[in-house]
Design a protein around this ligand. Sequence first.
Ligand code: NAD
Length: 340
Amino acid sequence: MNWLSYAVTLIPGDGIGPELAAAARQVLEATSIGFEWDVQVAGEATIASEGTPLPDRVIESIRANGVAIKGPITTPIGSGFRSVNVGLRQALELYANVRPARTMQGVETRYEDVDLIIVRENTEDLYAGIEHRVGPDAAESIKIITRAASQRIARYAFEYAVNNGRRKVTAVHKANIMKLSDGLFLESCQQVAAGYAGRVEFEDRIVDNMCMQLVQKPELYDVLVLPNLYGDIVSDLAAGLVGGLGVAPGANIGEKAAVFEPVHGSAPKYAGLNKANPTALILSGALMLRHLGETDAADAVETAVRGVIAEGTTVTYDLGGSAGTREFGEAVAARIGTLG
Ligand code: NAD
């Protein structure tokens, strides 16, 4: 056990979330790092008990601890409650959503050597959900893009590239059609890119072309920076390139707090069945360790996950196996114990 112990907010989430959170917790506790878990329930359960899926105590806990790991939370369609995920990102100004997509031995895919980092702007764009009905038969959704948020996310992408030895940043947009909003996003990226000339290559792609390029030659791309909605969609596409949602981790980063969560949702049909793959949440935990500066522990978690998946005997249904969520978590935790 490390002498240092981190206070971390743990939000188990809805659907498959609590099972995944239990597995991730077991794996993180198998590293040399100490954790004081501040478990905060949010989502469907607190709608009934506290009248909201996102009680203030959850936000206060993350503010106090500075870091959280979170299972997926169901967003009821058409009800009065807004998404907890969007609410958290906005309340804590978690402006950068970082989603790595990397091929793993043992995960069957159509591609080899995919190693993408999706950097998605997390606070504005159509995804902010500012919309209203215009009479009975029309609705309007407002897309807001600002220079400040666009430059901030571009700067994050370039700094990520510099600090992680990446060679290229590609800005993704639809500035040919949305000349003002996406035009401003592209212009902001170009302005930031000028400051990194000679250190990090910069290019841009129109989002529809980007999707085609990613399924044809994903190995040509490195760090992608996108406005919120395109980032949401393209990161699922990228998850599909490397084996699906079960293996795709994510991080929401702000100046004062960071929340680590998988790309996938609460998959209600698998809830309570000990079936879903906890890899994405476990790898989100590795991203959290890296964020905390615990590089050796992060490497250990990633190595153990890759080892268990490559071996292929204790993997979940989505990777062609029959192991349960719990058994996979136990196998990864045990493997961490065997690493030097
Ligand atoms: P989903 O990601 O929950 O599930 C889609 C399908 O992907 C599942 O049916 C399953 O086949 C597969 N899948 C997802 N996670 C998996 C895992 N860990 N292991 C194995 N297979 C897995 O997407 P959905 O059905 O569109 O959304 C369900 C709910 O989750 C919705 O209420 C949605 O709003 C919410 N959601 C939450 C988050 C979040 O908390 N960050 C993200 C996305 C969706």
